[in-house]
Every structure is written in C-alpha cells, then in structure tokens.
Write a protein that binds this ligand. Structure first.
Ligand code: PEP
Length: 255
C-alpha cells in the first residue's frame, strides 16, 4: 500500500504575507486529514517562515529546486544543507519549467537528486513529455530518457526514498489535464521501467504522482487509477478552497 502524497507547487507566487495567510488557512482546513502526505512548496523567500508556521501540523514543507553542492561560491543557488537546516522535508527536482527555461538536464537532475538524498530530503523528481513529443509518438522514449538517466546510479535503498511526478508538459498550467487513462498508461510504463531497473518489490513501493492541471473536478478520477499515488498541483495549490478540496478528495479515494 503506497501512501498518497499531494504536493502544492507555488512556483513564483505569493509574498510572505500571502503565504502566511494561505498556510494558516490550510492548517485550519486540513488538520483532520490523516494517512496522507500533504506538502507545500513555496518560493525560497518564504520557506523558513512557513516551516515555522507549519511546525506541529500535518503539512510538510518542500522547496522547488536545490543545488548539488553543500556550500561554496555559487551565486544565487541554495544548498541541501540550507534547506534541511530550516526544516524542509521535500524538494522538487527537474520540473519542466526548470528544464525549459533554466537549462536543467538529466545530468543536473541526477546530481541534485543525489545531493538531496545525502541530506535526507525527499526528492520529487519530475518527468514527462512535451506536446510535440507526444504527438510524434515519443512519449515512452522521453520517459525512458528521463527515468534511466535522471535516476542513474541511484541505489535500491535510495530509490525507495524518491517520489516520481509524471507531468506531461502540455498539461501544465494549460487547464487541459491528461485523461485518467493517459496518466495511468504513462505511470504504469514508469513503474514497469522501475521493475526492469530494480525489482518488483521496489517498483510496487515507489510513489508516482500525476501533475498537470489537477483540480477538484478531476482529482478523484485521476486518483482512482491504480498507478496514480498522488498529485503535484500548481495553479490550484494557490487558493485555499481548491487545494483543500483536492487534498480531501484524494484522501477519500485511498481510504
Ligand atoms: C506544476 O507546476 O507542477 C503543475 C502541475 O502546474 P498546474 O497544476 O498549474 O498544471
């Protein structure tokens, strides 16, 4: 049985005050939810404050990226040591926006993954195809590439600490989610890749989220798919009503 994980990626939204208001409301709305991981990933500037505000709550905090060195002359970067220090538990790695706009590659994803694991941060590794890749029949090829190279040299022990997020790029921020069948097909494919790279037990244990225009209206059907273990939510995680409803509905499905 895999524990459901719903994570909110706030991207580059929210001032400190707005973030504080949102987490106070989330604590109030979600305090009764048990048995699933609820994660919020605000921008760096809010992390330390919100980690404090969420202490003793059932909501965990994550970052949206990390560098792979522990410290040094790397202007603008944030290290896993720093994230750990302020109470971060999760970190998103390889989000398609970072691949698209900031030159993230499978190699940098792999370095970041290993650095996060070294410091006991749980990585949420994003993989997924663009629209043109899907339309030209390359979806599985892209998944092979992202999984095999992104997870290169990750041990049997460490793979169990990783969460994979299948995020078809064409569904991110577009309002057009993958159908539950499309999500299931890709996520089963990813799980089968893990079967080949590791073994059945490991493949059946690793959690795979779906991400891409998740909303209260589609979460139940997506979560009902056998290989969908949660969601990475962008736009809908910015409003208390929508994120709380997504979490509550997801918790219902797996009860
Ligand atoms: C995301 O940012 O990972 C995401 C899935 O965004 P949205 O839910 O807005 O499509």
């Amino acid at each position: 049985m895999r524990k459901t994980i719903i994570a909110g990626n706030w991207k580059m939204y929210k001032t400190l005050r707005e973030g504080q208001e949102l987490v106070i409301a989330l604590r109030r709305e979600l305090y009764q939810i048990e048995d699933i991981d609820i994660v919020v990933c605000p921008p760096y500037t809010l992390l330390a404050y919100l980690a404090d505000a969420l202490e003793t709550s059932n909501i965990l905090i994550g970052a949206q990226d990390v560098y792979w060195q522990d410290e040094g002359a790397f202007t603008g970067e944030v290290s896993p040591v720093m994230l750990k220090d302020i109470g971060c538990k999760f970190v998103i790695i390889g989000h398609s926006e970072r691949r698209q706009y900031f030159g993230e590659t499978n190699e940098s994803v792999n370095n970041k993954l290993k650095a996060a694991l070294r410091h006991n941060l749980t990585p949420i590794v994003c993989v997924g195809e663009t629209l043109s890749q899907r339309e030209s029949g390359k979806t599985f090829k892209v998944l092979d590439d992202h999984i095999e190279n992104g997870l290169k040299d990750i041990t049997d022990i460490d793979i169990l600490k990783i969460v994979i997020a299948y995020e078809p790029v064409w569904a991110i921020g577009t309002g057009k989610n993958a159908t539950p069948q499309q999500a299931q097909e890709a996520q089963k494919y990813i799980r089968d890749l893990l079967r080949k790279m590791y073994n059945n037990d490991i493949a059946d244990t690793v959690r795979i989220q779906y991400g891409g225009s998740v909303k209260p209206e589609n979460i139940t059907e997506l979560m009902s798919q056998p290989d969908v273990d949660g969601a990475l939510v962008g736009g809908a995680s910015l409003q208390i009503e929508t994120f709380a409803e997504i979490v509550k509905k997801a918790a219902e499905v797996k009860k």
